[in-house]
Write a protein that binds this ligand. Structure first.
Ligand SMILES: [Zn+2]
Ligand SMILES: [Zn+2]
Length: 358
């Protein structure tokens, strides 16, 4: 047993062989008074994992262990930890640290702290590399480890730690609630959560997808309206100046008609892009002044928003639509490749950690 001196995880060593992993041992950051160690039981597979291991955003520092939708059991807590105890179930998302001292952190905007540290492919201020949840354990400051409500099942809640909060935070920060018309672009890992949260918050939900293939799913997830943007002209003509916000989960900008979306917004309403395409949006001059709309983005969500989201999920019985795959070399290969191809409804959760990590 390597714990507690070192952890074990499945690492990618070459971006050209991005779905091939090998088990490695690594040293976590030194254990501090506010740290908790979590023995991992499940981890969602995020689009970011694929962008990272392929080098699609930028070249990762190799070897890299991805995974930032982590749920497990707390096995050790530091002297000053008050929010978790040994034996609790806890989750860790895509951010593992911030300074918690600057004005940005103090205002509940820790996901925008200039010193933020990502859960994987990043480094702490002391230089220790961060490794994600395709691993036996994760060590985190308690601020970035969240108690999981009892009602939520481990495999279904894991994807909420990144995909869930990424869509929940911009909705609540921009006033999603009863009477608001919210557009959701794309139905995938992010989009399926955006639809469920918007509905749970009382919004009227418009879903935009290229074809009708996912219409039945959208309606089952809670959409009130479904628009197939690739099937017919003038798909937006009835919706001009109607929407209070648009959450775009588009993962590619190929053939993305930004103008057609922007004009559906009410005056000064926002288009919020939470997908992170590897290429760039094309925006024509003059588009934004027709309704004075804003284009923006959003990065994860605060600790309080994470707790609120988990409680909302427990209260409304929301969980990810997920497919479980047992963690192993082969399981990770399949999950990464099928995630890359969009072949999943709508999230993978890696399971059966005890078989690989004794
Ligand atoms: Zn800070
Ligand atoms: Zn993610």
């Amino acid at each position: 047993m390597v714990y507690p001196d070192t952890f074990e995880g499945f690492a990618v060593h070459d971006t050209k062989k991005w779905s091939t992993v090998e088990k490695i041992e690594f040293k976590p950051k030194p254990f501090g008074p506010y740290d908790v160690d979590i023995k991992v039981e499940a981890c969602g597979v995020c689009g970011s994992d694929v962008h990272t291991v392929t080098g699609g955003w930028e070249a990762p520092v190799l070897p890299v262990i991805v995974g930032h939708e982590i749920v497990g059991k707390v096995v050790k807590v530091g002297d000053k930890v008050t929010t978790l105890k040994v034996g609790d179930r806890a989750g860790v998302g895509a951010q593992i640290w911030s300074c918690l001292e600057c004005e940005i952190c103090k205002q509940g905007n820790e996901t925008y702290c200039p010193k933020w540290v990502d859960t994987y492919n990043d480094a702490y201020p002391d230089g220790t590399r961060t490794y994600g949840g395709y691993s036996s354990h994760i060590r985190a400051h308690e601020h970035f480890a969240f108690p999981i409500p009892e009602k939520l099942n481990t495999l279904g809640v894991a994807p909420m730690l990144c995909a869930g909060i990424t869509t929940y935070s911009p909705l609540v920060r921009n006033g999603a609630g009863p009477g608001k018309k919210v557009g959701v672009v794309g139905i995938g890992g992010l989009g399926h959560f955006a639809i469920m949260w918007a509905k749970a918050l009382g919004c009227e939900v418009y879903v935009f997808s290229r074809s009708s293939k996912k219409k039945a799913d959208a309606l089952q997830l809670g959409a009130d309206h479904f628009v197939a943007t690739g099937e017919g002209e003038n798909w937006n003509s009835d919706l001009k100046y109607k929407l209070d916000m648009i959450i775009s989960t588009a993962n590619s900008t190929k053939n993305f008609d930004f103008d057609a979306y922007a004009i559906m917004l009410k005056v000064h309403a926002k288009f919020i892009a939470v997908g992170l395409p590897e290429d760039q949006f094309q925006i024509s001059g003059g588009t934004l002044l027709k309704n004075g709309c804003y284009i923006g983005s959003s990065h994860l969500g605060s600790r309080q928003e994470m707790i609120d989201m988990l409680n909302l999920a427990a209260e409304k019985g929301i969980e990810s639509w997920y497919e479980a795959i047992a963690i192993s070399k082969g399981g990770i290969k399949e999950a990464l490749e099928r995630c890359h191809d969009g072949d999943v409804k709508y999230r993978f959760t890696l399971s059966d950690y005890s078989k690989e990590f004794a």
